[in-house]
Design a protein around this ligand. Sequence first.
Ligand code: IMP
Ligand code: MG
Length: 175
Amino acid sequence: MVSENDIRVLIDEKTLRKKVSELGKLITKDYRDKKPVLVAILKGSFIFVADICRYIKIPVMFDFMAVSSYGNARVSSGIVRITKDLDTNIEGRDIIIIEDIIDSGRTLNYLIKNLKARNPASIEVCALLDKNVPRKTSNEVKYKGFDIPNKYVIGYGLDVGEKYRNLAYIGYIEE
Ligand code: IMP
Ligand code: MG
């Protein structure tokens, strides 16, 4: 059980806002002649996508995908399953995957492979957090928010057992 007293702040609200606005501005600049589709990976990135999209000052479309790799555990099972697929056809479109956090990298790897098979014009990744863990695979993340230590983090969309997604900051649990 996690209690409120065990939560420490890792990235506060103001720092998050500044970084998210910078990423949004970068995307605005890089995609100024395009109409990208933001593909947000649920549920973890729902707050991130809602915030970043307001700093993207070009026409964008949205679609959502849900995958499960953890179940309710804190350790990745390694098996990625699509629980909700895109509603739109992304063939020929410029895709920006909006992801909350990269841990083992397996989810992202799977997603990139899966979406590439649908023949988009391009795919880039925008991830708020990148955990410092040894990985067998490397993912090219063009738009990255923060490198963070290998701790289990919560808040700003991220959960532990479906709780704490609504924290306005990124916190971690003091073990
Ligand atoms: P990966 O496949 O191991 O990279 O795991 C990626 C997914 O696991 C993320 O999209 C998150 O939904 C979830 N996840 C990974 N690390 C954390 C964490 O520290 N807190 C909450 N969720 C996490
Ligand atoms: Mg999750």
